[in-house]
Each structure stands twice: as C-alpha cells, then as structure tokens.
Design a protein around this ligand. Structure first.
Ligand SMILES: CC(=O)CC(=O)SCCNC(=O)CCNC(=O)[C@H](O)C(C)(C)COP(=O)(O)OP(=O)(O)OC[C@H]1O[C@@H](n2cnc3c(N)ncnc32)[C@H](O)[C@@H]1OP(=O)(O)O
Ligand SMILES: NC(=O)C1=CN([C@@H]2O[C@H](COP(=O)(O)OP(=O)(O)OC[C@H]3O[C@@H](n4cnc5c(N)ncnc54)[C@H](OP(=O)(O)O)[C@@H]3O)[C@@H](O)[C@H]2O)C=CC1
Length: 283
C-alpha cells in the first residue's frame, strides 16, 4: 500500500514530533487536535525544532519551509477522510482513545491503517473499537520524537501481515529503528522503564534520598542521560500514572502499584514540564 497522506491525532508533545518526522520524510501530514490553540502550539513547536536545525546548519531555510508546507492542521476528525495511515497520539486515556478509533472507523477510507502511539494500552483492546482490527497496530514513538531512534511496534491478535509491513516501511522511511513487542500492557518499553521511574518516586516518598541525589545516582552511576525523576517530568506525570495503572490492572501484580506521591502530584496538577512544575520547577 502506498501511503501519501499521513494523519496524526493529537498535537501534544508526541503528536507534533510524529508530524514533524513524517513531514521530514516527505509525507503529506494532517495534524489534528480538539481546538485551534493546541494545533497552533504544536505547529509552533515543530517550527522551533526545525529552526534549531537551521541554526546548526543541519537544514536549510527552504528545507524547513518545505517540511512545514507539508503539514496541514485540522480541528475536525472528519478531515481524516483523506488519510491513508493515521497515528493516534491523544492523551493516555482509554475512553478518549476508544472514542477516537470509533470516529476514525467511520470517517477513514476502508484501506486506511489506524495506528496508536499508546504507551501501554493493549492494541487488541483498541482494535475492538473498530470494524478493521486487521488494520490496527501499535506504533510507539519515544520522546523527544525527532531525537530518539526507536519505534516500538505492537501487533494485536488480528493485526495483518500487510499492516505490519506498511508500518515497518514507514518507520524506515522516517529513519527510525523498529523493535517488536507482543501485545501485553506496557509492551516492552514501559514494562521496564515505568517501574524504574515509579521506584524512584518511592525513593523520594520514603525519604531514601533527595530528588537531586536520586537523579544523580542514576545519571552518573548508571550513565542514564537523565535521572528518572527528570525523565518523568519530561514524559508527563499524568502519562506515567496512567501507564502504571494499566500495568497494575492489566498484569494484576501489586509490584506495579503506582506510588501515592505520583498520584498526589497529578491530582495537584503538577504534571511535569508541560504544566511548569513536577518534581522540578520549569517556570
Ligand atoms: C513514556 C513512553 O511511552 C516512552 C518514552 O518516550 S520514554 C522516554 C524516552 N526518552 C528518554 O529516555 C530520553 C532521555 N534523555 C535523553 O536522551 C537526552 O537527555 C535528550 C535527548 C532529551 C537531551 O539530550 P542532551 O544531550 O541532554 O541535550 P541537548 O544537547 O540539548 O540535546 C541533544 C540533541 O537533542 C535535540 N533535542 C533535545 N530535546 C529536544 C526536543 N524536545 N525536541 C527536538 N530535539 C530535541 C537537541 O537539539 C540536540 O540536537 P543536536 O544533537 O542536533 O545538537
Ligand atoms: N510523553 C511521552 O513521553 C510519551 C507519550 N506517549 C503516548 O503518546 C500519547 C500522547 O502523549 P503526549 O503527547 O505526551 O500527551 P500531551 O498531553 O502532550 O498531548 C495529548 C494531546 O492530545 C489532545 N487530545 C485529547 N483528546 C483528544 C481528541 N479527542 N482528539 C484529538 N486530540 C486530543 C490533548 O488535548 P488536551 O490537552 O485538551 O487534553 C493534547 O493536546 C499518549 O498515549 C502517551 O501515552 C508515547 C511515548 C512517549
């Protein structure tokens, strides 16, 4: 299948990154969110990231304009009627994703593949909200999308070989590297990463160390590029909590229980970088 028009649902930190790398690979992109402010913010982030590359001499100004010129914005999901392939990158919330997939089923052409960038929700569960489970797949990019090489690929029980083949070709075209996971809650990436982050939050909660010392141990002791609490702030504490809840409920093991401190921060609206405050302050 030849993908010409690539749709992205959600213009947040993941959605705008996915739109950027798709447009940079030559695809025509439609980036959708629920209101004009969010798509405008997403487009401004893409423009800023591309400009950084122009300033570094990695991209010319006309290449930047060409990439931006391939991105159309939308606040109406019906615009996905033009898409051959759609990646959903809305908030990590089952009810929101189920509703989006029900709408995509209605508006997208029969040949369109519907992918989700979900961090943890089983793909089969999402696919059950469409009439085309063979054309539903997990395409899980890493944050920040323009920088990170990995895309985790998840096939549900019904995902077809053609859907996988088209997805792998797109990942190659975007100059990323795939790794395949079977369809378990949290897949591979967050089955391993998120319990580590949650344990770092428990260390803070129990007073094992300060946030700075916890992060320094993992940065300088284990050579991680960022400490786990700083990384949680980058990912978004609401997303971290949602992933832990999916692991806890889906795998039924108390070792995945979210740290109460993580829940307290989310309830206070301390969501990390995106809200200006998480474990650290960004104001
Ligand atoms: C939750 C999930 O479901 C899955 C996930 O995504 S989990 C999160 C996975 N991501 C990680 O673990 C990220 C860990 N952190 C890192 O790798 C690094 O700290 C980092 C890449 C974020 C920043 O790297 P750094 O060396 O500290 O900073 P910096 O020198 O400013 O940036 C390195 C490069 O990344 C670019 N960059 C940094 N942040 C960026 C962003 N948000 N968007 C685009 N580009 C960015 C910089 O422009 C720079 O590019 P050049 O090499 O071309 O100069
Ligand atoms: N953050 C990360 O590091 C990673 C996240 N992911 C996954 O990517 C997805 C998006 O995460 P992220 O970008 O961080 O989250 P953000 O909160 O930054 O962005 C989500 C965006 O989706 C919008 N949205 C919500 N509902 C709808 C809808 N019905 N239609 C269109 N857009 C909608 C949100 O709007 P509003 O603000 O109004 O709710 C917001 O703009 C999640 O599934 C997450 O688990 C995957 C890999 C890494």
């Amino acid at each position: 299948m030849d993908v010409k028009i690539f749709g992205v649902i959600g213009a947040g930190q993941m959605g705008n990154g996915i739109a950027q790398v798709a447009a940079a690979s030559g695809l025509n992109v439609i980036m959708n969110d629920i209101n004009q402010d969010f798509v405008a913010r997403g487009l401004a982030t893409i423009s800023k990231n591309l400009q950084r590359n122009v300033d570094k001499g990695k991209l010319t100004a006309s290449e930047k304009e060409a990439v931006l010129g391939r991105i159309k914005t939308s606040v109406d999901i019906k615009d996905m009627a033009a898409a051959d392939y759609v990646v959903e990158a809305a908030s990590e919330n089952e009810a929101i994703k189920f509703k989006i997939f029900e709408s995509l089923e209605e508006v997208c052409p029969a040949h369109a593949i519907l992918a989700s960038n979900t961090s943890s929700i089983p793909i089969g569960r999402i696919a059950a909200h469409t009439k085309r489970p063979g054309k539903v797949i997990g395409m899980h990019f890493m944050n920040p999308v323009p920088v990170m090489k990995l895309v985790e690929v998840i096939c549900g029980l019904a995902t077809s070989a053609e859907t996988l083949e088209v997805t792998l070709a797109l990942i190659k075209r975007m100059d990323k590297t795939p790794a395949q996971s079977n369809d378990f809650p949290g897949f591979i990436a967050n089955r391993i990463l998120m319990p580590m982050i949650n344990e770092a939050v428990f260390c803070l909660y129990h007073g094992v160390g300060t946030k700075e010392d916890i992060d320094t141990v993992m940065k300088l002791g284990m050579n991680h590029p960022m400490g786990p609490l700083a990384l949680a702030d980058l990912i978004g504490l609401d997303t971290c909590l949602a992933i832990m809840e999916t692991l806890h409920q889906g795998l039924g093991d108390s070792k995945y229980r979210p740290c109460p401190l993580l829940r307290q921060y989310v309830e206070a609206g301390w969501l990390g970088r995106k809200s200006g405050r998480g474990f650290y302050s960004y104001e």
